[in-house]
Design a protein around this ligand. Structure first.
Ligand SMILES: Nc1ncnc2c1ncn2[C@@H]1O[C@H](COP(=O)(O)OP(=O)(O)OP(=O)(O)O)[C@@H](O)[C@H]1O
Length: 293
């Protein structure tokens, strides 16, 4: 596969875990196998698939929070698959990560959390003493404004709503000046209205700043609504890659084969795709339509 011109090239990526459960035979279990795709600047890509399909494994392998056991990851023209710790730390500045549980320090204010986005640029002493430049401090205000949280700058993180916490997480990741944002189920704990705000914020960042977003989602409707491209995983393998228009109800059904009860339809305003599936006798959890997993 040519690595030229793409921001990210994932080639034949695989991950096997040691299977050493009590009573089970020793060996390895494949969580991800032969996954290849590319991502370009400013693209909004979602990864969908049933529980256990390998979505988190894929996302976390890209920045090597999980070490892949096969394949290569080329980021910005550089093979980072086997990069040592020091060099990887430099690369991590440009690969931000957004987590389902926000990963904020709750006793600190929104601003202090956003400043933490600069830690990757500081030595250990400056980081632990919280030595930030005036420019960096000003930047936190701008970024909190940008995600609609200017008035909450001095609010402790534990006094923010879930959607606000996630937007602080997004502002913090922007402090890194990333080229790519990996978002692992960023809206799984949020109600539909907050989910929409977070998705709109992420989409705006890709459009306006040319940041690439790769987002793991359970909410198929949101994937259809916000993505430039959708990747479907099933049992660790890529079984679909295409535009939302190409992700027909039939395609969605094939990705979730036998697990349609996991399809989460959160869209109250545009429930176009899922009712078609329900109409064909597929089960969609009524509880799931509330947006939480
Ligand atoms: N640390 C681990 N050790 C062994 N197996 C693991 C480990 N982490 C994940 N797995 C397995 O790898 C497979 C893929 O898991 P992964 O969490 O990537 O799926 P997922 O699509 O993100 O699921 P979910 O939507 O439920 O979060 C699953 O079968 C899971 O049990």
């Amino acid at each position: 596969m040519s690595t030229s011109n793409h921001l990210l090239v994932i080639d034949d990526l695989g991950k096997s875990y040691e299977a050493r459960r009590r009573g089970a035979a020793e060996g390895t279990a494949s969580a991800l196998s032969g996954v290849s795709f590319t991502a370009d600047p400013g693209e909004f890509i979602t990864v969908i698939g049933p529980s256990g399909a390998g979505k988190s494994t894929l996302l976390r392998s890209i920045n090597r929070l999980i070490e892949p056991t096969e394949g290569t990851i080329t980021f910005d023209g550089r093979d980072i698959t086997h990069l040592g710790r020091g060099k990887l730390r430099e690369v991590h500045r440009e690969i931000a990560m957004i987590f389902q549980n926000y990963n904020l320090v709750y006793r600190l204010t929104a601003i202090q959390n956003v400043l933490h986005g600069r830690l990757g640029y500081k030595n250990a002493l400056a980081g632990s003493l919280g030595l930030y430049t005036e420019e960096e401090k000003l930047r936190t205000f701008e970024l909190l404004d940008e995600v609609g949280l200017g008035e909450f700058a001095y609010r402790r993180a534990d006094q923010l709503s879930g959607g606000q916490k996630q937007r602080v997480g997004i502002a913090r990741s922007l402090m890194q000046e990333p080229k790519i944002m990996l978002c692992d189920e960023p809206i799984a704990s949020l109600d539909p209205k907050s989910s929409r705000m977070v998705m709109e914020t992420l989409q705006r960042l890709t459009r306006q700043r040319g940041i690439t977003c790769i987002v793991n989602l359970h909410q198929v409707d949101f994937a259809l609504e916000y993505s430039d491209r959708i990747i479907g995983l099933r049992a660790g393998q890529k079984v679909f890659e295409g535009t939302p228009d190409e992700a027909t109800p039939q395609v969605i059904r094939s990705i979730y084969e036998g697990q349609m009860d996991e399809v989460v339809d959160v869209s109250i305003n545009a429930p176009a795709a899922i009712p078609t599936l329900v109409g064909e006798g597929m089960a969609v959890s009524a509880e799931a339509a509330g947006g939480a997993r």
